[in-house]
Design a protein around this ligand. Structure first.
Ligand code: GLU
Length: 531
C-alpha cells in the first residue's frame, strides 16, 4: 500500500521534484523511488540524478556567467560533466588463496572501487563483511565522492571490501588476509598517499590499518617519505591522529547539535530547540553509534534504547552510553546482559517515541515499512546509505527531519584528512606552536597588567578559569576537535543554504547532494574533462 502511495506521489511529481528545465532521471532509475529493495548502487545513483534535476539550471547559469560558450556547447558541457560525475571511474575485483589454521584452503574475494578521481588521492574505508559485493563497494565509493565534496574535503571517493565474516577467522588469519589485500592493491597501483588512501569502516579498525601501513612501507612504499599517509585511522603510535577513533560519532553529534539549536529548522518539525528533555534511540551500537551516544548523553540527552545485532536494550530511565561502551569492550563486543537495561525485541525499541533516532548500522535499514512506523522527529544517519529512496518519501511526508549520511557521518573522513595532513607534515598538531601560543597569552595578560599599572590603575589581570584550562589542556585532540567542529559547521550551513535556495523543505539529502555536485562541477569545469 505504501509503495502504491509512493508511486502515485512520484507520478504526480509530489515529494520528489520533477525536472524543471528538462533534465530527466535516466530510464533505468525511474522505478527506484517505488522500489522497496533496490540495488544499493542504483539507489545512490538515483539520489544523485534526482539532485541534478533540481540543480541543473543553476549549473547552466554558472557556465553562462563563467564562459563564453554557445548555447549548444554549454549544454553539451553541462551534460558531459554530469555524466562523468555520476559514473564510477574503476572497480577492482580480485581473489586470493588463504590457508586456514586447520590446513584447508579458501579463496577470499576482495574489492576496491574508485568512484571519482577528480581530486587525488581518492579516499574511503575498507569493510570486512560476508555480503560485500561489487554493487556495494561502488555505492559506498560514490557516497564518499559526494560526502568529501559536501564537506569540502579535497579528496576523490573510493571504498574497499573483503567478503569475509571476520568473526570466523583468527587474528593471525585476519592479518594474513589484510596483508595480502594490501599487496594486491599495491601491485595494481590502488594504494598510496597520492593515489588512494583507505581507512577503517565496518569491522575494521586501527589494527587492520597498522597491518596495511606496515605491508605498504615494507614493499612498494619502502622509498617513499610519505608512505605513512597511504592509509588513515592508524593507531597514534603508527602515525594516527588523536580523535580519529571517535570522529565519526562526534561528527554525528555535531550535526545534531547544529540543527537542534537552529530555531528555524526546529520550527519546521515542531520541536523545542536545544537538548533539554530530549530522548534518543541508537540503531547500531558499533564505533559510530556508541560515540554519538556518549556525546549526546554528555549534553543531557536520555538514551532510551539501543538496537544491536545480537541483542536490543531498553531502559525508560536511560541507558548510560559510556558504561555500555565499556561493558561491550569487556564482553567480546556484545551488549547482552548489560545491567539496568531490559533485553527486548527490535520493534520495541526502534519505534519508541523519541526526539532523535541515530541510525548507525548498515545500508538499507530504513525501508518504507520502517519509515511509516517510526516515532521520532530527527534521524541522524551515522551509517552510509541507511534510507531507501522509497522510505525517504515517507519520512518527508511524515515531517521527519533527516540529517543525511553525506553530512552526518562526514566526521570520520574529515579527521582522516587531518591525519593525512599530519603525516605529510611529519609533525603532530600543536607540537611546534602550543607552548608558544600559551607563552604569548601569558605575556599578553602581563602586558595589559603593566600598561594599566603605568596608567596608575592597579589591577591583577589573570586568565579566567576557562581560559586557564584551555591553555593548560591545549593538545592535538583539542586542535583536531576544533577543526572538526569548524568543518562540520561549514558543511551544515552550506547544506541549509542549499535547501533554502532550492526550496527543498525538509529534503536535506537533496540539498547535500547539490552542495557536492556544485563543488565537483566547478572542479571538472576548471580542470577540463577529456585529454
Ligand atoms: N569509512 C568512513 C566513512 O565511511 C571513513 C572514511 C575515511 O576516513 O576515509 O566515511
Amino acid at each position: 500500500m505504501l509503495l502504491n502511495a509512493c508511486k502515485k506521489a512520484f507520478r504526480a511529481g509530489g515529494v520528489f521534484r520533477m525536472s524543471v528545465r528538462g533534465y530527466e532521471i535516466p530510464e533505468y532509475l525511474q522505478s527506484i523511488p517505488c522500489d522497496d529493495n533496490p540495488s544499493f548502487y542504483r539507489m545512490v545513483e538515483y539520489f544523485y540524478h534526482h539532485a541534478v534535476t533540481v540543480c541543473e539550471p543553476a549549473l547552466e547559469d554558472y557556465l553562462k556567467r563563467h564562459t563564453h560558450l554557445s548555447d549548444r556547447k554549454r549544454k553539451q558541457r553541462v551534460a558531459g560533466i554530469l555524466r562523468v560525475m555520476g559514473s564510477c571511474n574503476s572497480t577492482l575485483q580480485f581473489e586470493f588463496p588463504l590457508q586456514r589454521k586447520n590446513g584447508e584452503y579458501e579463496v577470499v574475494r576482495a574489492y576496491r572501487s574508485q568512484h571519482s578521481v577528480h581530486r587525488l588521492p581518492c579516499k574511503g574505508g575498507i569493510r570486512y563483511a560476508p555480503g560485500v559485493d561489487i554493487e556495494e563497494v561502488k555505492a559506498l565509493a560514490a557516497l564518499m565522492t559526494y560526502k568529501n565534496a559536501c564537506s569540502n574535503i579535497p579528496f576523490g571517493g573510493a571504498k574497499g571490501g573483503v567478503a569475509i565474516d571476520p568473526k570466523q577467522y583468527s587474528v593471525a588469519e585476519l592479518q594474513r588476509i589484510t596483508r595480502r589485500y594490501t599487496l594486491e592493491l599495491a601491485k595494481k597501483n590502488y594504494i598510496g598517499a597520492g593515489i588512494d588512501v583507505p581507512a577503517p569502516d565496518v569491522n575494521t579498525s586501527g589494527r587492520e590499518m597498522s597491518w596495511i601501513v606496515d605491508t605498504y612501507i615494507k614493499t612498494l612504499g619502502f622509498n617513499d617519505l610519505n608512505a605513512a599517509a597511504c592509509v588513515t585511522g592508524k593507531p597514534i603510535n603508527g602515525g594516527g591522529v588523536h580523535g580519529r577513533v571517535e570522529a565519526t560519532g562526534r561528527g554525528v553529534f555535531i550535526a545534531i547539535d547544529i540543527f537542534i539549536h537552529d530555531p528555524q529548522w526546529m520550527k519546521l518539525i515542531n520541536l523545542e530547540p536545544g537538548f533539554k528533555n530530549k530522548t534518543c534511540v541508537i540503531e547500531g551500537f558499533g564505533n559510530v553509534g556508541s560515540y554519538a551516544g556518549v556525546y549526546l548523553q554528555e549534553r543531557g540527552v536520555k538514551i532510551l534504547g539501543v538496537v544491536e545485532y545480537d541483542c536490543t536494550l531498553k531502559n525508560p530511565d536511560g541507558i548510560n552510553a559510556k558504561d555500555l561502551l565499556d561493558y561491550k569492550a569487556k564482553n567480546k563486543g556484545s551488549v547482552k546482559g548489560f545491567p539496568g537495561a531490559r533485553e527486548v525485541g527490535k520493534d520495541d525499541v526502534m519505534y519508541e517515541q523519541v526526539d532523535i533516532l541515530v541510525v548507525a548500522a548498515v545500508e538499507k535499514t530504513i525501508t518504507p515499512a520502517v519509515a511509516a512506523k517510526l516515532n521520532c522527529k530527527i534521524i541522524a544517519e551515522g551509517a552510509n546509505g541507511p534510507t531507501l529512496p522509497s522510505a525517504d518519501v515517507v519520512l518527508q511526508q511524515r515531517g521527519i527531519l533527516v540529517l543525511p549520511d553525506l553530512l552526518a557521518n562526514a566526521g570520520g573522513v574529515t579527521v582522516s584528512y587531518f591525519e593525512f595532513l599530519k603525516n605529510l607534515n611529519h609533525v603532530s598538531f600543536g607540537k611546534l606552536n602550543i607552548k608558544f601560543w600559551r607563552d604569548t597569552n601569558v605575556a599578553l595578560l602581563d602586558s595589559v597588567e603593566r600598561s594599566l599599572k603605568e596608567a596608575k590603575i592597579d589591577a591583577k589581570i589573570g586568565p579566567t578559569p576557562f581560559f586557564a584550562d584551555m591553555m593548560s589542556e591545549a593538545s592535538e585532540l583539542n586542535i583536531v576537535t576544533a577543526g572538526l567542529e569548524f568543518s562540520m559547521g561549514n558543511a551544515c550551513r552550506n547544506v541549509m543554504r542549499s535547501a533554502q535556495t532550492h526550496s527543498l523543505g525538509l529534503d536535506l539529502r537533496t540539498a547535500a547532494y547539490i552542495t557536492a555536485i556544485e563543488k565537483i562541477f566547478v572542479t571538472y569545469d576548471e580542470h577540463g574533462l577529456a585529454l
